[in-house]
Design a binder for this molecule. Structure first.
Ligand code: SF4
Length: 272
């Protein structure tokens, strides 16, 4: 689009301001009011929900105990890999008491393929001890109690709160942090600060599904190395458009992955 002899980006900002702001993560914030930012964040949130209406945790679990164990195992490991080891693990150690009585070496044998298995096995046995000793063998449902457990940080705690207890939680993993910065909704690197910034912008009831949808978008479209900007339905609201990947639709289309590919491309066509 050419206005007054200047090329404008999808977000409506002149090209020079657009690129400078997006590349350095500054500039945009100074030209956007807090209300405009909330509105933009919620447009992004609605678009993500349209694209990924069934987004949910990809880890398999039947109860809070299984959720917390699976989430600990998912550190530096794919959810799919975790799902291959948990059936046998939960059959052998069906509850916190069983982990409490287990040896680290035995747990290691069940989780070896998830990586970092020495640390993870130690954490799981300690988790069993703590749950039995301090919580009567039940997984607590508050952030403060959850982060007091071995191997549980805010990311794991938010995942457990949102998915096992139905309490809204914003999970800031590598995808969430990267996409929030690219969208221009935060410039923070610290996950806790990212979480706080997102909490100011997105309605509380949307925190858990929004987390799943952003993570899927990071896997399908907004890849860390080369994002599919030219085939992205968030282009007009994203400050990173054209900075993190090709804007040429033919080139970008090839970068879109996953079973939702056709819907993603349809939405991108409608969104431009
Ligand atoms: S693919 Fe490009 S336009 Fe889409 S969210 Fe990522 S950086 Fe923004």
């Amino acid at each position: 689009m050419v206005r007054g002899g200047q090329i404008n980006r999808p977000c409506g900002l002149p090209y020079r301001r657009y690129v400078r702001g997006a590349r350095y993560g500054v500039g945009m914030a100074t030209t956007e009011t807090p209300l405009a930012k909330v509105r933009r964040a919620r447009r992004i949130s609605r678009a993500l929900h349209r694209a990924y209406p069934d987004a949910k945790a990809e880890l398999n679990f039947d109860n809070p105990y299984q959720m917390v164990v699976a989430t600990i195992l998912s550190a530096q490991c794919t959810d799919r890999r975790v799902n291959t080891v948990t059936p046998a693990l939960f059959q052998r150690f069906p509850g916190p008491e069983d982990l409490d009585n287990a040896s680290v070496e035995e747990v290691e044998e069940y989780i070896r393929s998830t990586g970092f298995y020495h640390n993870k096995a130690r954490n799981l046995v300690s988790l069993g001890h703590e749950l039995v000793a301090r919580f009567d063998g039940a997984v607590p449902d508050t952030m403060a109690d959850l982060v007091s457990l071995p191997g549980v940080g805010r990311k794991t705690a938010n995942t457990v709160l949102g998915n096992a207890f139905g309490k809204p939680g914003i999970t800031v993993d590598t995808h969430m942090g990267r996409l929030m910065r690219r969208f221009g909704l935060t410039d923070a690197k610290d996950p806790k600060k990212v979480e706080q910034d997102v909490a100011q912008l997105i309605e509380k009831k949307r925190w858990t599904p929004f987390s799943h949808e952003v993570i899927i978008h990071g896997r399908r479209v907004c890849h860390s190395r080369k994002a599919a900007c030219g085939a992205c339905f968030l282009a007009k609201d994203c400050r990173g458009f054209g900075v993190w990947g090709p804007t040429n639709p033919d080139e970008a289309e090839k970068l879109v992955k996953g079973p939702e590919r056709d819907r993603i491309l349809d939405l991108a066509l409608g969104g431009h």
